[in-house]
Design a protein around this ligand. Structure first.
Ligand code: ZN
Length: 115
């Protein structure tokens, strides 16, 4: 549900950029979505299709780069992707700690059409 306001925000940013550049439309928006960001790509896409109607973003491709969450093991000094139902480091078996990798959520790139 909370994807609705964030999708509105993305469309606002992209439309603003298109206007600034006297563009006819936005053709592609690339989003970086971390697994732990709390946002679900499918929901953003669904809202995007609805909210973008009639805006400069209508028909734009919404591209998502999904980032897997990483854990950190201080004993081995490595980052790793945890297995389901486990926080264990693959090397030593101790429980690692969560990191900020996987919490990303931002607009990486906006492509516009000016012709
Ligand atoms: Zn370890």
């Amino acid at each position: 549900m909370h994807e609705y306001p964030i999708t509105e925000q993305i469309i606002k940013i992209a439309s603003g950029k298109a206007k600034e550049n006297n563009a006819r439309s936005v053709t592609r928006i690339t989003l970086v979505v971390g697994e732990q960001s709390g946002f679900i790509g499918e929901s953003i896409q669904m809202y995007f299709d609805i909210i973008s109607k009639g805006t400069l973003c209508e028909g734009a491709v919404l591209e998502m780069e999904n980032i897997k969450a990483k854990w950190y093991c201080p004993d081995c000094n490595i980052h790793y992707t945890r297995q389901p139902f486990s926080f264990a480091c693959p090397d030593c078996g101790n429980d690692g700690m969560p990191t900020n990798i996987g919490k990303e959520f931002y607009v990486k790139d906006i492509e516009i059409e000016t012709e």
